[in-house]
Design a protein around this ligand. Structure first.
Ligand SMILES: [Zn+2]
Length: 423
């Protein structure tokens, strides 16, 4: 307990590099959110509420702008009571206490919290949270609000570095049509070779013109992350059928997607771009966790030794599996982004295990993974508590020198990410 306290205090003003965020722009935030419930129910906690039993159409009311905050509270209240034990909800409670001064949310404080929330929702709020309070040098941003993939503006470099996603290329014939891609990138293609060239050129241009620092794939939300070695001809035949307008099943499109993933990783290696990939738990309801476990990625790790893989969320709940994989591959990093707000207990356990088996430069200790900055704030507090607890436990067990604790903490919060993503 003693150790935990001074380690936590020693981390208070440490610089942080946040490996993964989805933050909407401050301008969009200020224009779009009229009450704290709409904000708090953007993601994560909303999933707990749905799991607890709220019908989806009622969730849409909480997220939308038709009801006032008291009407929303009347719907949310019983679910707040049921869910407030979860880490997602405790993160919201932490934000409410530390940022808005509301300790307990109830019928009386609901309006107070909303008033405090509206008071803070003005330009400068992001700077206050991300810079003044959190000391985040930059966040690696996976922008979820891109309107046109062919016309992306680089994010504000004072706050962010860009991680670029190209899952839409793999989504050809399902979520993305050939015509959409040709329109977005102002380039036509009719053969697989031309398509692959467009993908490679697009990534190169993004690095040259926007200075992207990583690639990202969230394909685990759509299909298995087991990528096989599809031949060019198998990929080509699926591609040609899609171009003829045929509707292919997931299994029929898989060889093309598998082929494209290997091509994309070849480009990542050529351009020395780290590859961030979602593994484990998906946000939302009804996904197949079995398809996203980190062991599915082993064939990619083997075949692309020149790519530095940043595996997200420790593959929750498969963190022990990921630790063992990282122990076998110099090109694989374990990233605790999102993890500290999924489960503090798990985060501490898995971090202790990782420190037991991995060189300390292979663990990325924090990525907020929020759309709203209040979440990032609370997440960072939890991350620091969890790191302090894991290090303190190791000191107590005689497995870590006190003198090494803060150096390790800084590596987890900042230095390892700086090596991977740059200054
Ligand atoms: Zn994310």
């Amino acid at each position: 307990m003693e150790n935990r306290k001074w380690i936590r205090e020693g981390m208070q003003d440490m610089p942080v590099i946040d490996t993964h965020e989805h933050l909407e722009t401050e301008a969009a935030r200020m224009a779009g959110r009229k009450d704290f419930i709409g904000l708090y129910m953007t993601h994560y906690a909303s999933t707990d509420v749905l799991i607890a039993g709220l019908p989806p159409e009622k969730m849409a009311l909480l997220q939308g702008g038709r009801l006032d905050v008291q009407e929303k509270w009347a719907i949310l209240k019983p679910y707040w009571e049921l869910c407030r034990n979860t880490t997602y909800f405790r993160a919201l409670q932490r934000a409410s206490i530390d940022l808005f001064g509301i300790t307990q949310l109830d019928d009386d404080t609901c309006l107070q919290l909303n008033a405090a929330f509206l008071q803070c929702s003005r330009p400068g709020w992001y700077r206050q949270i991300l810079k003044d309070i959190c000391h985040i040098r930059y966040c690696v941003l996976d922008d979820l609000f891109i309107e046109s993939p062919g016309d992306i503006k680089p994010p504000d470099q004072e706050f962010y570095r860009e991680s670029a996603k190209y899952d839409l290329f793999l989504d050809l014939g399902e979520g993305t049509s050939a015509a959409e891609l040709m329109g977005a990138y102002h380039r036509s293609f009719s053969t697989l070779k031309e398509y692959v060239r467009l993908l490679g050129d697009t990534v190169q241009t993004a690095k040259r013109e926007r200075g992207i620092v990583a690639l990202k794939s969230a394909i685990a939300y759509q299909r298995t992350i087991l990528f096989e070695n599809a031949s060019f001809s198998a990929a080509e035949s699926a591609f040609d059928r899609i171009m003829r307008g045929e509707a292919l099943s997931g299994a029929e499109r898989k060889p093309l997607q598998d082929y494209l993933m290997h091509e994309l990783l070849g480009t990542a290696a050529d351009l020395a771009l780290p590859f961030q990939i979602h593994a484990g738990l998906q946000e939302g309801t009804g996904f197949d966790l079995r398809e996203s476990r980190p062991a599915n990625l082993i064939s990619l790790f083997r075949q692309h030794p020149g790519v530095r893989f940043d595996v997200f969320h420790t593959g929750y709940p498969y963190g022990y599996e990921l630790a063992a994989i990282c122990k076998q591959f110099p090109n694989v990093w374990a990233d605790l982004c999102w993890v500290h707000v999924i489960s503090q207990e798990y985060a501490v356990r898995v971090l202790e295990e990782m420190l037991e088996v991995l060189p300390s430069n292979k663990i990325l200790g924090f990525g907020g993974d929020y759309i709203f900055v209040e979440g990032t704030y609370a997440h960072l507090q939890f991350a620091k508590e969890n790191i302090a607890e894991a290090l303190s436990n190791r000191i107590d067990k005689g497995r870590l020198d006190k003198a090494d604790a803060l150096g390790l903490a800084k590596r987890l919060l900042h230095d390892n990410a700086e090596v991977l993503f740059g200054e």
